[in-house]
Each structure stands twice: as C-alpha cells, then as structure tokens.
Design a protein. Structure first.
Length: 117
C-alpha cells in the first residue's frame, strides 16, 4: 500500500503549512481530505501546501484540491502550492492548475504572497 503523510505546522500571520510526504493517490486521499477539513473546521484559511517530499500525485489527489478551494476562498483565504519537484509540477500543469492556484518555487514566496494581501 502507498505511504502518504500530512504534517501541519503554523507560520506567522495565521498561515498554516500542510507538508505532504509520499504518494498521493486514490488510496491515500482521505489523509489529505482530513487535513483540509481540519483547517476549515478551525477557520484556518491561509494555507500553503509544501510539496517538497511528495513523490507522486494522481488525478484523485488533484481532485482533493478542487474539492476544498471554493470553501477556503469563501473564508477569504487561499491555497498556495510550493516546493514541487518537476515531475509533480508537470502533473499540476497538464491539468491547468497554474491558472487556478498560486504555484511558487519556495514556501517563503507563498508566505510573502499572503502577507501582501
């Protein structure tokens, strides 16, 4: 079975980072769904998803991002993505995610974009 983990940590200015590690596919999406739901339940809408240690994402994994973005933005927040390997970025890019999400090279850039809002 695939291994996937989400670690949540807080940065300054009410920014929360979801650090993704491993293989995100149909079998492991519930772990990410739970993390996003926890953020919504706690009214934490300024979210950075750090993909540095994510090795793969399937279409099911991409669907999780689509399922939560409207609710996050309705709370005057956003989901920003950072630290993707070229392999993972290509999957997001093929499906047009750069038109819907801020995807930046480094987590620090994502945090600065929140601070500028």
């Amino acid at each position: 079975m695939s291994d996937f983990k989400v670690h949540i940590r807080e940065r300054a200015n009410n920014i929360y980072v979801l650090e993704l590690k491993g293989y995100l596919d149909a079998h492991t999406t519930p772990t990410l769904e739970e993390a996003f739901q926890k953020m919504l339940n706690e009214k934490k809408f300024r979210i950075i998803v750090n993909c540095k240690e994510m090795s793969y994402i399937s279409s099911a994994g991409l669907g999780v991002f689509m399922a939560f973005i409207e609710d996050v933005r309705a709370g005057n927040g956003d989901i920003k993505l950072s630290d993707m390997s070229p392999k993972v970025f290509n999957i997001f890019d093929l499906l047009g995610f750069p038109m819907l999400y801020d995807i930046v090279k480094l987590e620090e850039e994502a945090a600065k974009k929140f601070d500028a809002q």
